[in-house]
Design a protein around this ligand. Structure first.
Ligand code: CAA
Length: 242
């Protein structure tokens, strides 16, 4: 383990967490910070994929949250990414060939809700891209601190699908119906200043379940296959409304 930590440039705290979680984290860096070690710090760490939220990363995130929740010393949890990307969304390469049946049967993305169910306050420290699932992950947190380079967006429409982890619901509450619809229907991004200006509270109603079912249903369409395949093949999607 010592060698592993040295080759991965981990601090003693991060090493301890690698051990404590019963294995080494591959996609996140985890440590306790602050004078009293009372801040649970989780950094998404898949730089080459702009912190795309693959299943392995989300599993590790849940594990780290479990560890911090059980740790009496920890008062609050911070989730962050890099300067370039908080997270560029769910992993499109992993999702590309999923069928409707698979999404429905496994209740795809349902586990992501773990973040919003944390018993301790969770803060998202966002810079760079917070797109799709990345934007949704930030919105699952209790507080968002956004840097100058932060860009929020729900670009799923450009992939032939819709937000599937609460985006249509939480974005509406965060920035209001009008801007949320514009963002979800165009895929356009906003910066931290725009987000702050349009933020206001709305009544919370449970729409996530309905949204997830619609999200799953997009995997039965040709446009979802075309949208995600086009992304992976680095070309513009040619949607046929199929
Ligand atoms: N999934 C998988 N890989 C991703 C990814 C994602 N969401 N986003 C970026 N990557 C990968 C790219 O494929 C690329 O990998 P390769 O070098 O192996 O080709 C690498 O990260 C760097 O990306 P780019 O070369 O595209 O970098 P860029 O600076 O030109 O563009 C970007 C950055 C605008 C964020 C662009 O990568 C992009 O549009 N990403 C996809 C954003 C998106 O559509 N997110 C929504 C996903 S669906 C979703 O999240 C559903 C949900 O509700 C949960």
């Amino acid at each position: 383990l010592d060698n592993f930590c040295k080759t991965k440039f981990l601090t003693d705290h991060q090493c301890w967490f690698s051990l404590h979680a019963g294995g080494q984290y591959e996609y996140i860096l985890v440590e306790k910070r602050g004078e009293k070690s009372d801040v649970g710090f989780i950094q998404l760490n898949r730089p080459k994929a702009l912190n795309a939220l693959c299943e392995g990363l989300m599993r590790e995130l849940r594990q780290a949250l479990d560890v911090f929740e059980a740790d009496g010393e920890v008062g609050a949890i911070v989730i962050t990414g890099s300067d370039r990307a908080f997270a560029a969304g769910a992993d499109i390469k992993e999702m590309q060939n999923k069928t409707f049946q698979e999404c429905y049967r496994t209740d795809f993305l349902a586990h992501w809700n773990r973040v919003s169910q944390s018993k301790k306050p969770v803060i998202a420290a966002v810079n760079g891209f917070a797109l799709g699932g990345g934007c949704e992950l930030a919105m699952m947190c209790d507080i968002i601190y956004a840097g100058e380079k932060a860009q929020f967006g729900q670009p799923e429409i450009l992939l032939g699908t819709i937000p599937g982890a609460g985006g249509t619901q939480r974005l509406t509450r965060a920035v209001g119906k009008s801007l949320a619809m514009e963002m979800v229907l165009t895929g356009d991004r906003i910066n931290a200043q725009d987000a702050k200006q349009s933020a206001f509270e709305m009544t919370l109603a449970e729409g996530n379940h309905f949204e997830k079912r619609l999200f799953h249903a997009t995997f039965a369409t040709g446009d979802q296959k075309e949208g995600m395949t086009a992304f992976v093949e680095k070309r513009k999607a040619s949607f046929q409304d199929s």
